[in-house]
Design a protein around this ligand. Structure first.
Ligand code: ADP
Ligand code: MG
Length: 369
């Protein structure tokens, strides 16, 4: 099956999501999978992004293939939403090592997870590529390129638009995926019975498809945002560097996921470890954005009128400050990556030194800084 590339594409990928074929045509798709390239008629502003997942770097070898199918899309969709765009089309490129040849249960589950995720985000798979490698040590590599259209014409979310006095706000929960990765590495995840383990895994890789509705509203109030892929502090510092400001973050207001909190005892870990994951763990794919207090009030008020957004969680975690002359700049908050731009404070606004050894993931250094 995998020995025949065309049969492979046909079996697992070419016929995904026929239910929105019509919708894809409306979005401008003139010709999909099957020719030398897809044909798409485009107008408006498009965000285009690509992300690769590599076995043993971004996922473990025995990771749930159904979740992996969705994950390979979500990491890209998160980038599109963080630009204020909605997913429309994706391509999928696979580099398949020999042990994944003829692994039908893997590819069936992978393509089901992939298809369900496309459906959730009203997105169409329009092409891709498959290469095989007989190198036994080669990892499975999955690359997705995603095309998304600006939800509101002329509006986007950029890293260079934060202003002093803006609030720093984050969607969802932080730290869950970091905790999952950590406890998989140190094997304490085995302390959980299989039901609980599965629930934890689902939480750690959940991606809220209501992000589309949320971002469609958000761009009307906000023009600065980033997705938290590598770690909250590291990703926030990208905004701060590009906008030339600083920030204070109230660590006591960080939204920690209830299941993760309740599992700490099973993992024999302290609450501080989850906090560390929340600040530097990455992998949660939340949207972090900044906007004035007035706009924030208007946003939360508008959310109340949108039925789909009831229960969609957003949390104010800090504030954008001047950089360098706020009196906090020299405070030793032990962050390796932020160049001193971020000050961690408690609920009372007092600077604290958490001594967490935080930083965010950097592929070139290939370790936690
Ligand atoms: P070519 O040799 O012209 O690049 P391919 O044999 O690579 O064509 O692919 C044939 C068709 O199948 C193309 O339309 C391509 O976009 C599509 N395709 C290849 N791999 C995938 C994949 N993993 N998922 C979806 N479509 C794919
Ligand atoms: Mg090709």
């Amino acid at each position: 099956m995998v020995s025949d590339e065309f049969a492979f594409i046909h079996q697992y990928f070419a016929h995904l999501n026929p239910s929105f074929g019509k919708e894809a045509r409306k979005m401008g798709l003139e010709l999909g999978i099957g020719d030398d390239a897809a044909l798409v008629r485009m107008d408006g502003t498009y965000a285009i992004t690509t992300d690769t997942l590599i076995e043993n770097v971004h996922f473990f070898s025995h990771f749930n293939p159904h979740l992996l199918g969705a994950r390979s899309l979500d990491v890209n969709f998160s980038d599109l939403y963080a630009m204020g765009a909605e997913p429309q089309f994706v391509t999928l490129s696979l580099n398949i090592p020999v042990r994944y040849f003829d692994f039908d249960s893997f590819w069936s589950a992978y393509s089901d997870g992939f298809a369900e995720c496309l459906e959730r985000h009203h997105c169409a798979l329009i092409g891709g590529n498959v290469t095989h490698t007989s190198n036994k040590a080669a990892p499975l590599a999955i690359s997705v390129t995603a095309f998304g259209k600006s939800l509101v014409d002329g509006k986007s979310l950029r890293r260079d638009k934060a202003k002093v006095g803006d609030l720093v706000v984050v969607t969802g929960y932080v730290g869950t995926n970091g905790l999952y990765v950590k406890t998989t590495y140190n094997r304490s995840i085995r302390n959980l019975d299989s039901d609980l383990r599965q629930r934890f895994e689902q939480q750690a890789f959940a991606y809220d498809e209501r992000m589309r509705d949320f971002v469609a509203l958000l761009v009307q109030y906000c023009d600065c945002g980033i997705d938290v892929s590598d770690g909250l502090l590291g990703d926030l510092s990208h905004i701060l560097v590009q906008s030339n400001c600083g920030a204070i973050i109230d660590y006591e207001s960080l939204p920690l996921e209830p299941l993760s909190q309740s599992l700490l005892e099973d993992f024999r870990m302290s609450p501080k470890s989850l906090l560390k994951m929340a600040l530097s763990g990455g992998g949660d794919y939340n949207l972090l954005f900044t906007l004035s207090p007035k706009k924030y009030r208007a946003l939360t008020k508008a959310m109340k009128d949108i039925p789909e957004l009831q229960g969609f969680k957003i949390t104010q975690i800090g504030e954008i400050t001047e950089w360098g002359d706020d009196g906090y700049a020299d405070y030793d908050n032990d962050l390796a990556t932020d160049g001193g731009r971020i000050t961690i404070v408690n609920h009372q606004g007092e600077p604290v030194s958490l001594r967490l050894g935080t930083g965010s993931y950097n592929h070139f250094i290939n370790r936690r800084q």
